[in-house]
Design a protein around this ligand. Structure first.
Ligand SMILES: Cc1cc2nc3c(=O)[nH]c(=O)nc-3n(C[C@H](O)[C@H](O)[C@H](O)COP(=O)(O)O)c2cc1C
Length: 197
């Protein structure tokens, strides 16, 4: 079995739910399994160290999780049109992987959740791709053959899955958002499997 890393940050749970559905899509591909990881919150008291195991949810990611993965799905809530600081903080610790080109040639994809429909889903998704391109990763979106993209009334973009969570982040994923998460995970895993052979 090869691992696809589903790495996300979520404060209120919406991005975490998306991550679960992306992981299910990954596991629809024979020979591929999802390794789900998160990152700790950060505070202005930087370098404060968290326990390695959070109170709930998946473990915190390590550099080894990234180095060993066959592909990466990276998810973040939108914050001011960009990814959340805890995820960026983790990415900023990956210089050693970058120096060794450890992620170069691996497929990657991104997903996000927002409070409002025009609150920056696309800007977040596109800007999340930038550090992955620096790492030499092969970026995958969602093709319009996933016909849900043609009729979106909530989340769902060709740049990656997205979710309109509403002001309190409590809206459940629509059926279309859910299908797009799964399709994205499956597409990533299929690409990772092809590239690994
Ligand atoms: C500091 C901060 C900034 C935010 N910026 C945006 C934004 O630019 N656009 C938007 O639509 N939602 C914004 N939100 C709302 C979150 O993106 C939204 O609640 C998201 O669904 C949270 O995901 P989570 O449940 O995985 O934590 C922001 C929330 C916080 C706390």
């Amino acid at each position: 079995m090869a691992d696809v890393l589903v790495l996300y940050y979520s404060r209120y749970g919406a991005t975490a739910t998306m991550a679960q559905h992306i992981a299910r899509g990954v596991e629809e591909v024979d020979g591929m399994q999802a390794r789900v990881r998160t990152v700790p919150p950060v505070s202005t008291l930087c370098e404060a160290s968290e326990d390695r195991i959070p109170d709930a949810g998946p473990p915190y990611a390590s550099l080894e999780d990234l180095r060993d993965c066959a592909g990466l799905a990276l998810g973040s809530p939108t914050r001011f049109g960009n990814m959340a600081a805890p995820l960026k903080y983790f990415i900023d610790t990956t210089s050693s992987l970058w120096l060794g080109a450890a992620l170069a040639g691996k497929p990657a994809t991104v997903f996000t959740s927002t409070a409002s429909l025009h609150g920056g889903q696309e800007t977040t998704l596109l800007s999340m791709m930038l550090p992955l391109l620096h790492h030499g990763m092969l970026i995958l979106g969602i093709p319009y053959s996933e016909t849900d993209l043609l009729h979106t009334e909530a989340g769902g973009t060709p740049y990656g899955a997205s979710h309109l969570a509403g002001p309190d982040s409590k809206k459940p994923l629509t059926d279309a958002e859910l299908r797009l998460c799964r399709a994205q995970g499956k597409r990533l895993a299929a690409a990772a499997r092809k590239l690994a052979t």
